[in-house]
Ligand binder design. Structure first.
Ligand code: HC1
Ligand code: SF4
Length: 579
């Protein structure tokens, strides 16, 4: 331990920590922009975390960046002198010199770190603003999912760091130098044709509106307002546990019922649950997997995560035959909402538009895949990320917290089992699949359905599970985050792996921390475990906890599809992959 003072108060410092970390531990606020502790990123480029220090026995003070300067014994630190504030103000003013000034048009307005810091330092003028420089900065709108707007970039490089070190994709690089420094794609490519898989993790760490989803809130509203259209809205397993924070509820609160109420207030005609689709996917994927196991084709990779599919197609196209052909729950719901549902409800399929609310931006890529558009009609018309849904409720002045919860009332596609609910967290698809596969093989339920050995949180988890019957022991792996995924894929390609079934979620934590979830300031994925716990709680409290016991899924097979993997099921619920 070492002793120092911050603003005249004695504090205990720790060897090896930075001045910034020490100040934070003692509740002293220092503004920051480029630094993000959770991903160990402190490039020291924005210079707003300046502090004044005086070393032991020295008589001069000097200014240093607190995010990169280590604590020392006897240091006198000041975080709030007028000269310091003046310097910080100047830094922010320089950052704004080539920054889009039109905050009201920015998706980050009101939730932007740069705005916060500008307020904190008391910025009152913008002397260096140069519209020509702003105009020269590029905006990449090539991707259906992700917009990269360099007019709003403050060059913090967090996005580059998370893409390279966190996800191991390494699509982003720093381009140009000096005042022209910006973020671009390797080899001068655009977002759409680059190595980017639209996992959206870079969006989660961006402190401003430089990176964001393609906003489709207007399109969704237009559909819901149009009296000629029947809007079918579905929302993902993870959305209900990652949305309450926006309205001041504790992280991890389950707001399923309030979301249903809000959607009805907005004008949704029919509210469905993607969880129902997750149960259906288990029937299709589980059956497919058992066939593949009998044919000794191994491993099979799960296919519900669209950023993972992008990753395979762009980075490892040779393993495409190992991907399950089952569509994702989102697409299964979409496909059936335009076929089975109108048949059951006696409505004209041409009037139906499907809107999904997803904690993901890659889902926006998924809906425009050519395999999932039939004669010009997409299975899903619009995807709103959780963030866009929040924006939509804010602009419509709907306060989720004050709403009475409602329940799903669609008799065909909204009921779900506990297995469907846990899809939203890493390992959930695997656990759900094993519950049903065990039943199919043995004709009875698995005794302990919470498979504890699957519930860790390491990047890669492997286990051997005895399925009995003619299948025996199966070797499985679950992986979240693309860096560990690369490791598994490399093992499989080298022939060293004896895995049978692998679940992959591109985002660390799975969908609960998807690239479309609410952003946290100054933190990376702080609520993963809380959201996960709530999903496990939902599972525990469901009257039905296995996908094959979902009565509405059973009815679908009885009345419409025949059996899992039937010809009709194949036609509607399976797909293929292309590079
Ligand atoms: Fe997911 Fe899925 S779990 S991909 O993570 O398989 O986004 O929540 O909707 O489709 O069900 C996301 C979540 C989601 C699909 C399901
Ligand atoms: Fe990298 Fe994912 Fe961002 Fe694409 S979306 S640039 S893959 S972090």
């Amino acid at each position: 331990e070492l002793t120092a003072t911050i603003n005249g108060k004695t504090v205990a410092g720790r060897a090896g920590e930075t001045i910034l970390d020490c100040a934070r531990r003692h509740g002293v606020y220092i503004p920051t922009l480029c630094e993000l502790h959770d991903i160990d990123h402190a490039p020291g480029t924005c210079r707003v975390c300046l502090v004044e220090i005086k070393m032991k026995h020295a008589d001069k003070t000097h200014l240093v960046a607190s995010c990169t300067t280590p604590m020392q014994d006897g240091l006198a630190i000041d975080t709030r002198t007028p000269e310091l504030r003046e310097m910080q103000r100047l830094q922010v003013e320089l950052l704004l010199a080539d920054h889009d000034q039109d905050c009201a048009t920015c998706i980050r307005h009101g939730k932007c770190d740069l705005q916060d810091v500008a307020q904190f330092v008391g910025l009152r003028q913008n002397r260096f603003f140069d519209p020509a420089r702003v105009a020269a900065r590029p905006v990449d709108e090539s991707s259906p999912a992700l917009i990269r707007n360099m007019k709003r970039c403050i060059r913090c490089q967090r996005c580059i760091a998370i893409c390279r070190d966190g996800q191991g994709v390494d699509a982003l690089i720093q381009i140009n130098s000096g005042l022209d420094t910006a973020v671009g794609l390797r080899h001068g490519l655009t977002q759409k044709n680059s190595a980017c898989v639209t996992c959206g993790q870079c969006v989660l760490v961006c402190p401003t509106g430089a990176l964001g989803e393609r906003d489709e809130t207007d399109r969704a509203l237009e559909m819901m307002y149009d009296p000629e259209l029947i809007t079918v809205v579905q929302f993902a397993p993870a959305v209900r546990v990652g949305f309450g924070e926006e309205f001041g509820l504790p992280p991890g609160t389950n707001v399923e019922g309030q979301i249903i109420t809000a959607l009805r207030m907005l004008g949704a005609s029919i509210v469905l649950d993607t969880n129902w689709g997750a149960d259906l996917v288990i029937m299709e994927e589980g059956t497919e997997l058992l066939h593949r196991l009998k044919e000794r084709k191994r491993p099979t990779f799960s296919s519900c995560c669209p950023a993972w599919i992008n990753f395979v197609e762009r980075h490892y196209p040779d393993i495409m035959p190992m991907l399950s052909s089952t569509k994702s729950p989102q697409q299964c719901v979409g496909a059936l909402a335009k076929t089975y549902l109108p048949e059951k409800m006696g409505i004209d399929p041409a009037r139906i538009r499907v809107i999904s609310i997803m904690p993901c931006i890659a889902k926006k890529d998924e809906i425009v895949r050519r395999q999932l558009i039939h004669d010009g009609v997409p299975e899903v018309d619009v995807v709103l990320s959780t963030r866009e849904f929040a924006r939509l409720l804010q602009r419509e002045r709907i306060d989720l917290k004050s709403l009475e919860p409602s329940t799903f009332d669609n008799p065909y596609m909204s009921e779900y089992s506990g297995a469907g609910a846990i899809f939203g967290t890493t390992g959930g698809v695997m656990e759900a699949a094993l519950r049903t596969m065990y039943y199919v093989v043995n004709g009875r339920e698995l005794e302990h359905i919470e498979i504890e050995q699957l519930r860790g949180f390491e990047g890669v988890r492997t286990a051997t599970v005895e399925l009995g019957g003619d299948i025996g022991a199966v070797k499985i792996a679950m992986c979240h985050g693309l860096k560990p995924t690369r490791q598994i894929v490399e093992e499989v390609r080298s022939g060293k792996s004896d895995l049978d079934f692998v679940e992959i979620m591109a985002c660390p934590g799975g969908c609960v921390d998807g690239g479309g979830t609410l952003r946290s300031k100054k933190a990376y994925l702080p609520y993963a475990l809380k959201r996960r716990e709530t999903l496990f709680g939902i599972d525990k409290n469901r009257p039905v906890r296995q996908s094959h016991r979902n009565a509405q899924v059973q009815a679908l097979y009885r009345d419409y599809l025949g059996a899992p993997n039937s010809e009709k099921a194949h036609h509607l619920l399976h797909t293929y992959y292309t590079d």
